[in-house]
Unconditional design. Sequence first.
Lengths: 354, 207
Amino acid sequence: MSDATNGHPIDRLSAYLDDELPVADRAQLDRHLAACGGCREHLEALRVLSRAIAGEPVPGVPGDLAERVGRRIDALTVVPFRTRRFVVPATIAATIAGVGFLLIVTYKQGGPTAPILPHPPVPEASDRPASSGDGARPPAPSAAPAETTPPPPATGRATQEVLAKASSELPFDGERHADAGSITSAFDASAEGGVPGGVVGGVVGGIERGAGDVVERKDELRARAPMALDKSESEAGASASAHPVASPRDEASAFPAPCGDEWLDSGVEATWETADRAAALVGLERLARAHGGRLEPPGAGAPGLAFVIVPRSRFAAFAAAAVDSGMRGLDGAVPPGGAACIRQRVTLRPALAR
Amino acid sequence: MVVDAVRGILGMMRAGRPDDGAPEGEDDLVRRARAGDRRAFDRLVERHMPQVWATVWRMLRHREDTEDVVQEVFVTAHGALAGFRGDAKFSTWLHRIATTRALNHLERAEEKLRRASDPIDDDPLDPRRSTAPTPLRALEAKELMRRLAECLERLPAAWRAVLALRDAEEKSYEQIAEALQVELGTVRSRLARARASLKDCVEGRAA
């Protein structure tokens, strides 16, 4: 297509229409249009098309689209495991009290004199590996959820057994988040009473037995981030910041991580300038999870270096999302090879003060 | 009743904060969303959903694909909030994610469809049309819109993007360049070529 056909500046009519020409060029085009009927007609055609595009009706937004967005985000969000160090919000306490009341009323196995369950059936600290002494670090639940829990009172034991059974039946996948629905159905199948599924899901979601390694790491990341969900997490996070997050490889989890140990380096270096490294790590993990992968957070020796491992088929999309979020150096090219996953090295650099 | 009450409590837990009824500015919502306030992010979704939907639809022109991509836009935005530094408006940042996602989607789809149909710039003369071109001014409004819709769907993804951003959303060339992450000159040339090809297609002319 010729840009300027026979001296007619057709190619500049588009910018003229949008008033995006330099002043001198516009003046020149004004003079030409005054003398050229063909170009005026061409300009008018462009104007008609522009108005038609602007006036073209757009289908209405589906009424449930926002809700679907919320559900997808929910599916990618792991409910953090709250330790006794954290202040239990009033809402959680109310939910626990409600569960206890309903258990007394509807659950028959515990007997008429069984006490109310005072708190979630959390494994005792003595059953877990010794921590460094910082109470803020969430305890690592055992890989076999049922074996270390001490016998609680009659009603509590029944609840413990049911929840342990339910948690062992969790459909853990690459995302490894508690499926409240599965827990609910398992509970309902075991209990005689009709405890509302939403109640069980809410309580068990805070327990997350069996997914402790993932939750622990994520909880540490959240605890270190100033953008913690509530003040209690921020307070705990201040003392937890001195402790590097354990690599998931170190924990020899009973559950296979997304991609396992088979990955190929992307071959490019990505950098992310951020004023808040902890928040950036949280964001990086979210990005990884959103694309079916995982984050390998920085180790003690290299606090600014993290790795994201995602399935090969999702790498391009991950790279595009990472660029959208401010990361640099990624081109989304998938290196050839047989590995099922790609590992992307990400260097977190402090952003310049603005 | 108990179930509803407990679900309400769980909903509040998920929201993170009770609603105090105070008016919410965009900056406040963004700040809270970045801090992990899910309810604030949900409010941002509600606010920006219509514009994101329109932007994506004008580029994809397919309802189901638009639903998928719009969801992807907001899920991506939620995951990338930590990287939003506030250098630009939140809407601008979100818009860039939307156009990128939509373009990615189109480019993936175009590869599959390339053998099935010729792009408008390769062969704008559609044998199904009348061979006699019709000047735009001679077209009735209804026929114009019908041809416009048909021709827009045949445009390359990059051209459709600039037309949607310029004509439908009245973005400046600079804003378009920022949204698409291209040079200003590229925006100018793409618009010129897109409009010229669109005009030829709607009028039924050969290149």
